[in-house]
Write a protein of this length. Sequence first.
Length: 173
Amino acid sequence: MLQSIRLRLLLLIKENKMEIKKVLWPTDFSGRATHALTYVRSLSESEQAEIHVLYVITDFAHHRGLYGNFAKEHREKIYEWEFKKAQERLDAICAQELAGCPLYIKHVAVGDPAREILKVAQSEGIDMIIMATRGTGKDFQMGVVAEKVACESPIPVTMVPTSGEAVALRMAC
């Protein structure tokens, strides 16, 4: 099934004469997010596309009621630690999973994941976003971040099902 989806994606690109030079793969480091890597790798190899890998650290300062009211210095230490860990995990993923790709660039951002994905896509001139239909959430076929990105993105977004089966997705954009 993965092979047929990959072929359909490549055919769609060729038929529409889309030039894909930069691809964004947002990850939350979940196993579900890595489902999209097969497509990212395949597209990178066939189109010689540059891969941008993004991890977003949730800005918990906007959720004070849930996380408590931390002093600025404490928040900065938490973000510094998270940034370091995110860089380590991105380094490992890129070395293990993307070694055969022509070029990959790692990004770490702090904020709302959907907003940050769209910001990076715009600032880096991304041609296509490839992401899993959901990350760490478990309740819905389509995660909140994936739905926001798909609804708000001015560029194509390819959603990769996280189960082994294709799913019908409904979005109220």
